[in-house]
Design a binder for this molecule. Structure first.
Ligand SMILES: Nc1ncnc2c1ncn2[C@@H]1O[C@H](COP(=O)(O)OP(=O)(O)OP(=O)(O)O)[C@@H](O)[C@H]1O
Length: 372
């Protein structure tokens, strides 16, 4: 058992609308929305109330959010408690947490499939509040796409093309425009256009997953949320999918939220992490901050990434590594360790008076690093 330590010395820094939409009703493949629309409001421009977003360029803000399934009935089941989250536009965010911790409920609140039973959910310039009157939901769902845990939940038609055109047509586009959107979404997911004529159920698992995501992308959402998209994929398909998602974020400027049980698969590309535990957002921060909380991950029901363990072992052996940020890839980690070992070996071979001079310089370097 590794004795956990701080792996680095950096900053330290935290009315149900449609219950059945997730698994049983016809889900809009472009948006992840079910036919039973949740009521939603749009914050008017210049709205002075505290719900207007102002810090940086936030895409999502949850303030003191609670969610209880079947609230007020004898079957009430509390799923989220007092959740406070901020997500900036154009970031790629990993969401981790044990089974039943509230990850899927969280995603469904963000696209209006569910309404909070307490607190407020702000997504782009839309506000979702408990017991709202019912205005239109289409605008929100066009901008925020949700890819469900099982691709089959998106695929209902007899051709891939029809499935991909469903959302754009639903949002009022003409057939030809909708077809172009479908083709564009296929390209974004690295899929061959020839697949458009295939029956979705004849695709491989990996192709089906990508088509399901393409059906969300066809509507052109600014925020793309994915519920465990890699769950059924082999490691090569997982890597390929993650690279595609990173491209959607970096090159197309979309905000990506991805639920995963494997932190390591997203480590290289995630800007930020949220950890859910027993319905609470117990962590939000970057990978370095998450590594600092590695000891708590197991308690939160999340497997500790091998990368954290390995880096912790090496920083214990070579303390100069502890000042560096957590490497995001195995290659980067190997390079850092190699450099540190080489530096250590060179120092060992220096005459003693040189070593003395070197160690006298060290505090100055640390100081200048801190200033930088
Ligand atoms: N339709 C529902 N009715 C009642 N309770 C529900 C419903 N859906 C989810 N829950 C409960 O809400 C809590 C959060 O569930 P949720 O599906 O959001 O968790 P999760 O983190 O996505 O889990 P998993 O990783 O297993 O998919 C759980 O206790 C779950 O049993």
């Amino acid at each position: 058992m590794i004795g956990w330590m701080k792996v680095n010395a950096r900053k330290k820094s935290n009315s149900e609308a449609d219950e059945s939409g997730r698994k049983s009703t016809r889900i809009d493949p472009a948006t992840g929305g079910s036919e039973a629309a949740a009521p939603i409001g749009i914050i008017p421009a210049g709205n002075p109330q505290p719900t207007s977003m102002s810090e940086g360029d936030p895409a999502i803000r949850l303030t003191d959010v609670d969610y209880t399934y079947q609230a007020g009935s004898p079957f009430a089941a509390a799923a989220l408690h007092d959740v406070n989250i901020r997500i900036r536009k154009g970031t790629l965010v990993g969401i981790a947490g044990g089974t039943g911790s509230g990850k899927s409920t969280l995603l469904q609140l963000l696209n209006g499939l569910l309404l909070p039973t307490g607190g407020s959910v702000e997504v782009l310039d839309h506000a979702l509040l408990p017991n709202m009157q019912k205005p239109k939901l289409n605008t929100l769902r066009r901008r925020i796409g949700l890819s469900f845990q099982f691709p089959e939940q998106h695929l209902f038609e007899d051709t891939v093309e029809k499935d991909l055109m469903f959302g754009p047509l639903n949002f009022g586009l003409a057939r030809e425009e909708a077809r172009l959107k479908a083709v564009g979404a296929m390209k974004s997911m690295g899929l061959d256009e020839a697949l458009l004529k295939r029956h979705p159920l004849t695709l491989s698992g990996g192709q089906m997953r990508k088509v399901a995501i393409a059906s969300v992308l066809a509507a052109g959402p600014e925020i793309v949320m994915l519920d465990e998209p890699t769950a059924t994929l082999d490691s090569a398909a997982r890597r390929e999918l993650i690279a595609l998602l990173a491209r959607l974020c970096r090159e197309e400027g979309r905000t990506i939220l991805m639920v995963t049980h494997r932190i390591e698969e997203l480590m290289e590309v995630a800007d930020e992490w949220i950890v859910m535990h027993e319905g609470r957002a117990v962590f939000q921060g970057d990978a370095d901050e998450l590594a600092d909380r590695a000891e708590e991950l197991e308690h939160w029901g999340v497997a500790v990434p091998e990368q954290f363990r390995c880096w912790a072992e090496w920083t214990a052996r070579l303390p100069q590594l502890a000042a560096l940020p957590l490497p995001r890839t195995a290659e980067e980690m190997a390079k850092r360790i190699e450099e540190a070992v080489r530096g250590f070996a060179e120092r060992e071979s220096e005459p003693e008076d040189e070593q003395q001079k070197e160690s006298e310089k060290q505090p100055n370097r640390e100081r200048s690093k801190a200033h930088a």
